[in-house]
Design a protein around this ligand. Structure first.
Ligand SMILES: NC(=O)c1ccc[n+]([C@@H]2O[C@H](COP(=O)([O-])OP(=O)(O)OC[C@H]3O[C@@H](n4cnc5c(N)ncnc54)[C@H](O)[C@@H]3O)[C@@H](O)[C@H]2O)c1
Length: 259
């Protein structure tokens, strides 16, 4: 797909992966609608990009809010790309140190923000992309979801997060099959550990050293720009479809993550 003609909606566009992807798609010629719950971060990204970029405060868990952001994206032109890169928090061992079970609500909250909200964006974005005229060869657009390598090798305390991310991996092929007749692709990125604001309080050098030991090569955490490079390739390469791509330097989590 030629990004010069494309409008991209980036959910979580004020965050690490989202902002890097918004910058990269915009540099490649796309118009970008940055959607984020955090107006300060989201607005800053849209203002930095300038022409051909806009921000709409978006709560990815809310149908009306996502639809309003997509409506604003479609005002920029035909929507072709939806990137799902919002964040969330949570994670508990299934039993605590006194062998008390984790609250069911804690599991549901993690599923809501990561899995249910991804589906919410996917279904509404698919409907918006379906309204765009097909390009040459029949392609209309692409949905790019974000899983995690925790979908495959989740660590201690990650039952909910791993389940949510595995759900996104599981959705990927049926999404591609559902949407193939409309010329819409679906691809998922499963990142390893990346130096983004998601690691709010930790020292970046210490993080890089700690995680780098566990990564075959390069011996450091990933950079959001590397996620964005892959997102751009997924958008541009029409033969990538129905697949989850690990982006992890070869990292495989142990029970405790890195070591
Ligand atoms: N950073 C990593 O190492 C890593 C690894 C694997 C997977 N991931 C996944 O990548 C995604 C993005 O991670 P990141 O590191 O860029 O996180 P981040 O914390 O840098 O950014 C997440 C963004 O999402 C926004 N957000 C949170 N809740 C929202 C909501 N309800 N509606 C709209 N926006 C909301 C936040 O305001 C923030 O700007 C997450 O799904 C995360 O699980 C991250």
């Amino acid at each position: 797909m030629d990004l010069n003609e494309a409008v991209a909606f980036v959910a979580g566009g004020g965050g690490g992966f989202g902002a890097a992807t918004a910058r990269r798609l915009h540099a490649a010629g796309a118009k970008v609608l940055v959607g984020d719950l955090d107006d300060v971060k989201g607005k800053a990204v849209a203002e930095e990009l300038g022409d051909g970029a806009a921000f709409v405060r978006t709560d990815v868990t809310d149908e009306d809010s996502v639809q309003a952001a997509l409506d604003a994206a479609m005002e920029l032109g035909p929507l072709r790309v939806a990137v799902v890169a919002h964040g969330g928090r949570g994670g508990k061992r299934i039993l605590d140190k006194e062998s008390k079970p984790a609250p069911q609500a804690a599991f549901s909250q993690v599923i809501d923000i990561f899995l249910n909200a991804t589906y919410n964006i996917d279904r509404l974005a698919a409907a918006a992309i379906a309204r765009s005229e097909p390009l040459a060869h029949g392609e209309r657009g692409v949905i790019i979801n974000t899983a995690s390598i925790a979908a495959f090798d989740g660590t201690i305390g990650q039952t909910a997060y791993a389940a949510a991310k595995a759900g996104i991996v599981g959705m990927t092929l049926p999404l591609a099959r559902d949407l193939g007749p409309l010329g819409i692709r679906a691809v998922t990125i499963a990142p390893g550990t990346f130096l983004t604001p998601a690691f709010r309080d930790a020292d970046p050098d210490e993080l890089d050293t700690y995680w780098g030991k566990a990564v075959p090569f390069p011996k450091r955490m990933g950079r959001a720009e590397e996620y964005a490079m892959l997102a751009q390739q997924i958008a541009e390469n029409p033969y990538l479809n129905g697949e989850t791509i690990r982006l992890d330097g070869g990292l495989r989590f142990t029970a405790k993550g890195g070591h």
